[in-house]
Write a protein that binds this ligand. Sequence first.
Ligand SMILES: Nc1ncnc2c1ncn2[C@@H]1O[C@H](COP(=O)(O)OP(=O)(O)OP(=O)(O)O)[C@@H](O)[C@H]1O
Ligand SMILES: [Mg+2]
Length: 260
Amino acid sequence: MESGPSSEYLHIRKNMNTRRKEHTMAIIRVQDVHKRYPLGKTEVHAVKGVSFEITRGDFISIAGPSGSGKSTILNLIGCIDTPSEGSVHIEETETGSLSDDAITRLRHQVLGFIFQSFNLIPVLDVYENIEFPLLLDKKSREGGSERREWIDYLIRMVGLEEWRDHRPGELSGGQRQRVAIARALATRPGIVLADEPTANLDSATGEEIIILMKKMNKDLGTTFIFSTHDQNIVSIADHVIRLKDGLIVENRREEKVRTL
Ligand SMILES: Nc1ncnc2c1ncn2[C@@H]1O[C@H](COP(=O)(O)OP(=O)(O)OP(=O)(O)O)[C@@H](O)[C@H]1O
Ligand SMILES: [Mg+2]
């Protein structure tokens, strides 16, 4: 049952409008980045000097064959790894210059993550899995009814009202990934990173998941960056960065008219 627009919902809309005004700003800048992994006495040159910018509010696909460097790039943006050369800026901050504490805060407050294998907590139900990242932060832990309203809103958005009290083991792959999308958005991150979020799903379910991510991108103004092999899914993106052997072979952004 819809209870009409709540104060929380209005707050989200307000936030979204503010973000829209800033739409032309680059939220991420990757400059001349190389990544070398040591391998015995040699090394693997996984990323060989790539530069690109991501615009706030876009829906971006990192495409390319296996081994082309997609996960490496996402890990560099997500501060899971550091570049061997070059720099990554997120919202004007060079991530390489941050302390471990600042990285932890950035990962918690600015970034959301969706994984190929969902990574839900098996003993928690849908509501509790989505709530979990909020409990790591003192301020949101104290949120009370506002927090509950926000999680209920996310559950409605991903279409899992009837599964609210179920644990991940009782859900299909597509439903689990819906929970993971809501969980990634729980802390209201500006950017969500998803490394092959559809790889463990059949192609129809995978497409549904990407369409849901696109809806959340549009409704909340959150920037989504996802990697995929699947050409059908790539076509849904506003911005496609295609890699081959650690280099960008295509960087195409559609200028779009954003409508509600
Ligand atoms: N931790 C690591 N140590 C050594 N080599 C690595 C490491 N991570 C990635 N590589 C190598 O870097 C290259 C790029 O890997 P990456 O995982 O980024 O590719 P990918 O495009 O995500 O591939 P896939 O589609 O299979 O996930 C590959 O040659 C890979 O073997
Ligand atoms: Mg990968």
